[in-house]
Design a protein around this ligand. Sequence first.
Ligand code: AMP
Length: 216
Amino acid sequence: MELIFLGYPGSGKGTQAKLLSDQLTIPQISTGDILRDAVASGTPLGLEAKKYMENGDLVPDEVVIGLVDERLQQPDAQKGFILDGFPRTIAQAVQLDAILEKQHRSIKIVIFLKVPKATVIERLTSRRTCLKCHRVYNMITDPPPPDGVCDRCGEKRYIVQREDDNEQTVRTRLDVYESQTRPLIEYYREQGKLVLIDGSQTIPEVQEQIQRNLRN
Ligand code: AMP
């Protein structure tokens, strides 16, 4: 199964992609996580990406496309994958189609999680992230343990507010989404691959609707 999650930052793509990845035993490929790991380890890719990410801008297409091309060739991605945060521009989507065509496969379904803008601003500014294992917490609905030890990976001191989750950068990221990413909805609708799901429901409710759509 080749799948994409589409939607605003904070729409629940990462959360739902992780749940589905565990269920289908296919990898969740988050370009944001790959880039954050590169920034944390100070690789040349990380140094290049850091300045864009801090400002809430997109990392250049050719950089991200190269990353995804390489990742999709890994053995664990051969029976399927879930893309989370990629593609984010039409150019990325067109290149993705070309990469997959060479591998004699294609995207089967694009799940668009629709959430009001005010909701994602609230979710993102109260979000906390474990930079070690990528587990996401929310200060209101799912706060991190008081001792700061991540309940997924057991590591201490890695749970932080992402630098780009402050309100000003969140607003920039949402503007970037409107101008560069929103056109993808039409791109995939025209291909008959788009499934719209109300992402403002609870995590189990959204999960259930995704399952129902996949069964159909
Ligand atoms: P995310 O974790 O998906 O919210 O991504 C965090 C940041 O990483 C974004 O704001 C961008 O700066 C960068 N990024 C992640 N995915 C992409 C992509 N597909 N294209 C360009 N930049 C990306």
